[in-house]
Design a protein around this ligand. Sequence first.
Ligand code: DC
Length: 221
Amino acid sequence: MIITLDGPAGAGKSSAARALASRLGWSYIDTGAMYRAVAFIAIEQGIPLEDAPQLARLVEKIRIVFTNGRVLVEDRDVSAEIRTERITAATRPVADAPPVREAMKHVQRRMAQGSNVVTEGRDQGTVVFPHADLKVFLTASPVERAQRRQAEELTRGNATTFESILESHSRRDEADRLRPVGALRPADNAVLLETDGLTREEVVEHLIILIEAQRKAQAQE
Ligand code: DC
């Protein structure tokens, strides 16, 4: 079974997707972390961020693994390095490049092959897994999303201001929505889940109910 969770930054996708996958014993794909890892390795290897063909080759080449909440590239833990402001900014041109997205699509489909998967990002239900068993689009109000991100940043020891997060989310949302390929939007048959005021556990409970309903519906087909 493939479950896609798409939505904007700070809607609670990552924490819910990770908790859901762990509860079900399924694989988890954090596609945002994949774009970040490619930007990080590209900078390290001196690949210009506007060189889309070379970036796309990098996507095919590097091996990204998600394990115990960590992101490993060729067995090296890059979880902290890929979340810096610098890498967040560098990821935008990488994620905007159509050849990179095309390569990512193939890699992500290969990663999902033959297993039960929760995959999370912007285009998972629309582009990468259009035949997913269940597509969910998570949303939350801008204020709630910024509050969540600020709390996350604090746990990482970063004292980012609420206003700067609000502003950076709104810029990223716009870039994500306007991207010609893989734009942020709910798939036509996605279930919309508004997460304002819900804890991570409550979001996971909602998702479990949706999965059970989908399983029943599939069993009756
Ligand atoms: O979810 P995140 O903040 O880790 O995503 C990092 C960047 O990658 C962000 O600019 C959106 C982009 N992204 C994307 O374009 N498509 C995806 N499937 C996932 C993330």
